[in-house]
Design a protein. Structure first.
Lengths: 268, 120, 232
């Protein structure tokens, strides 16, 4: 039965996202086609200009509209009149939050994949793409000279983990703000104020923590001879710290969301 | 349309009266099968429990009976129906006489008025 | 366990108003109960508490002996007092949604009712008229074979023919072991399908009795009694 919850969640999200994704791929392909010929022609120039502009807007739309759709889905489906149905389904609030979170994160990851895919389409067969591929190859061949296999594995898995945590953390911050906002008379206004407060609090706390870390890093830089070794270590520890910090923030946001949707739910 | 009910009596009692009347009048003929409780309740627009209670009450008078696993039937005993008809008539007449007496008419005047009406 | 719904000292206080104050109530299985009271008396608050859409400030509410949660949501079928369907879904998708999540949903029943009302199942909910939306909502809710139906103002604002259809639908689909709680302020229209009534005013239970008892003891209809109790 839980599977069906995810099925309906994805259906609802993809319904609005597929057209945007299709548009992005479409504009990328159209732009690529206009570059196939070197003909000097006013009409062609205009089409080229328009389709590239449309493509750029589509990239922005994919990220912004994508995020808005995911956040709005949470709000509408749980905290407006749709919540009357959602919260009377035989699931716990926690199951609803996790479902929304997982599906939202998947959407954001697909956003990135689609954008990268569209860039590949745009660059297909061109020198630019070749140069990028060469640079990637070079990096891969050169890296082992500076870093051990273990270091590469650790740092790359840390980066992947951080990249996966980033959408979870940012979505959960929105969710927590909306769950808090629901306690106010004006839910949308309450959510906005809660978001600003959360944001400010996290910024202040992060700065307070980051300043000493930056000093430790600066101290490490002094030993110029060991720069590479130290900075690699520094990077590893810093990334690990970022992961823990991000996970901690996500957990706090999750607990806030869960608390307010379980113990303080007030659909009026 | 739903049956109509007055405000002063329990609904189940009014159901008893209405169904009894339907049997007396032949709308539900002797020996015929009654609809299931739920269908009757839907037709009357009442709670099925109330309909159930009314039917049980009528059953105790013998006007309807239950065949095991086959629902309820109106009695085949014509005598019983006639009896019920007589009971109903006397009840109505009693009320009617009481109301006229309350207006100050005596037995003779009432009888005369009834005969006049019937003789027309 | 004879009671499907039990409230013990149940209170709900909003920021500046008391919606329910120490309600004690037991509702038995197999009844059709009218939850009657003027607007703002606490009817909707009580029903929302039973659905877990609100959390009590104090006291307890149990359904079939269990606190509100997944297990109670499985057996409760709820019709809110305003539209709760998803606008972009078609009637068919809404039916699929219900049958995916409620194992007690009976699609045949829904089919029959939709057909008898001539509702186009391929239409999106948001394109339907207000009255049709209400009918679809009622069909979905009554197509479940639930143990407790909570119907919040199901007949407010509909024409007499629809009202008749709704009441008929409720009688026809209810089984002897299920309980239906109907909240309304239009008592004359529902009185004859009720077995019990609960009068609620200013968040308090004023009276709780069977319809037969009221008529027998008071010699008047519930509607008349209501007008007396709540005379302005």
């Amino acid at each position: 039965m839980l599977k069906k919850l995810y099925k309906h969640e994805f259906h609802s999200l993809f319904r609005s996202l597929l057209p945007i994704w299709a548009a992005l791929i479409g504009f990328a392909a159209l732009s690529r086609l206009t570059f196939l010929t070197d003909l000097e022609n006013d009409v062609l120039d205009m089409v080229r200009g328009l389709s590239v502009t449309a493509y750029i807007f589509a990239i922005i739309a994919v990220f912004i509209v994508g995020l808005v759709i995911v956040v709005m889905r949470f709000y509408k489906n749980l905290l407006t009149h749709e919540g009357y149905l959602t919260f009377t389904l035989p699931f716990t609030p926690t199951q609803h939050i996790v479902c929304k979170l997982v599906c939202g994160a998947v959407v954001i990851i697909i956003d990135f994949i689609i954008v990268i895919g569209s860039l590949l389409i745009l660059g297909a067969g061109t020198e630019v793409l070749g140069e990028i591929l060469d640079a990637v190859k070079l990096t891969i061949t050169v890296l082992p000279e500076y870093l051990s296999v273990g270091q590469i594995a650790l740092i790359s898995s840390e980066i992947v983990l951080l990249l996966l945590l980033a959408p979870l953390q940012s979505l959960l911050m929105f969710y927590a703000a909306m769950a808090l906002g629901q306690q106010f008379k004006n839910k949308v206004g309450g959510a906005a104020i809660s978001y600003i407060c959360l944001y400010a609090a996290v910024q202040i706390i992060t700065s307070l923590i980051m300043i000493p870390i930056a000093f430790v890093g600066a101290g490490g830089m002094e030993e110029f001879n060991n720069l590479i070794n130290n900075s690699v270590m520094y990077l590893e520890v810093f990334l690990a710290f970022m992961i823990v910090y991000s996970a901690l923030l996500s957990a706090i946001y999750f607990i806030i969301t869960r608390h307010f949707l379980t113990k303080k739910l007030n659909l009026e | 349309m739903s049956w109509s009910f007055s405000n002063d009596k329990p609904i189940f009692q009014q159901l008893v009266d209405i169904i009894t009347l339907k049997i007396i009048s032949g709308e539900y003929p002797a020996g015929s099968k009654l609809e299931a409780v739920r269908e009757l309740a839907v037709v009357a627009g009442v709670n099925p429990n109330t309909m159930q209670r009314a039917l049980t009450q009528i059953e105790s008078t013998g006007l309807i009976f239950t065949k095991r696993g086959d629902g309820r039937y109106v009695t085949e005993d014509e005598e019983k129906i006639t009896e019920a008809k007589t009971d109903y008539a006397s009840g109505k007449v009693r009320l009617f006489i009481e109301s006229l007496k309350a207006l100050g008419l005596n037995d003779e005047e009432i009888l005369k008025a009834v005969n006049n009406e019937l003789g027309r | 366990m004879d009671n499907i719904l039990e409230c013990a000292n149940l209170s709900k206080i909003y920021k500046n108003a008391i919606a329910l104050s120490g309600v004690n109530l037991q509702i038995k299985k197999g009844r059709i109960v009218g939850l009657l009271g003027p607007n703002g008396s606490g009817k909707t608050t009580l029903i929302k508490l039973a659905n877990g859409l609100l959390t009590p400030t104090m006291g307890d509410i149990l359904i079939d002996g269990k606190p509100i949660g997944v297990e109670t949501k499985k057996i409760v079928s709820y019709l809110p007092d305003h539209n709760f369907l998803t606008g972009w879904m078609t009637v068919n998708q809404m039916i699929e949604y219900f049958s995916d999540f409620y194992s007690d949903f009976n699609p045949d029943r829904a089919d029959k009712m939709l057909e008898s009302l001539g509702i186009d199942r391929t239409k999106k909910i948001k394109t339907l008229s207000k009255g049709t939306k209400e009918k679809v909502a009622l069909i979905l809710v009554m197509s479940r074979e639930a143990e407790l139906y909570l119907l919040d103002e199901p007949i407010a604002g509909v024409d007499p023919a629809t009202r008749d259809y709704i009441l008929r639908t409720i009688i026809a689909n209810y089984n002897e072991n299920a309980t239906i709680i109907i909240s309304t302020h239009l008592i004359a229209d529902v009185e004859q399908i009720l077995s019990d009534v609960v009068f609620i005013n200013h968040g308090d239970i004023v009276l709780c009795d069977t319809v037969d008892n009221i008529r027998e003891n008071e010699g008047k209809s519930v509607d008349e009694l209501f007008r007396e109790v709540f005379r302005c």
